[in-house]
Design a protein around this ligand. Structure first.
Ligand SMILES: [Cu+2]
Length: 142
């Protein structure tokens, strides 16, 4: 009986504690071109994000992750599910349209790397030619 309970809890625990959020990749949404939707997410450690290719030709690729966290790189027009096991700010973009401001941000748990991601973001934006300020409100304003 104990063994059975153990097996049950091993199966059920991840489903109880890990939620899956969906981020869509889109050519255009509400007048905004080349965007992730939503482009900002706050989640808990152990949660997952499914990047869903609503439109073709987009990817999700990490640009900046907390120290020790796993980077990711999705393929063109393919769904990718990323599990977030370390707290912190995670910045990502689309490999094809990052330069057009197609960036997104995930904040996991209680982050401690805001200064680092901020510095990275400010430098990175210099290579972005349009819509480069989309994430300013989450990263540069307190
Ligand atoms: Cu794209």
């Amino acid at each position: 009986m104990k063994k059975l309970l153990l097996i049950f809890s091993l199966i059920l625990v991840p489903q109880i504690f890990g939620k899956t959020f969906v981020v869509k990749t889109s050519d255009s949404e509400k007048g905004v071109s080349m965007t992730f939707s939503p482009l900002f997410l706050e989640i808990e450690v152990g949660d997952k994000v499914k990047f869903e290719p609503t439109d073709e030709g987009h990817t999700s690729k990490s640009l900046f992750v907390p120290e020790g966290a796993q980077a990711w790189e999705g393929k063109d027009s393919k769904e990718i599910i990323v599990e977030f096991n370390k707290p912190g700010y995670y910045l990502y973009d689309c490999a094809n349209h990052g330069v057009m401001g197609m960036m997104g941000l995930v904040v996991v748990g209680e982050p401690e790397n805001k200064e680092k991601v901020k510095n990275f973001y400010v430098k990175h934006k210099k290579n972005v030619v349009m819509n480069k300020n989309r994430l300013d409100q989450y990263l540069l304003e307190d």
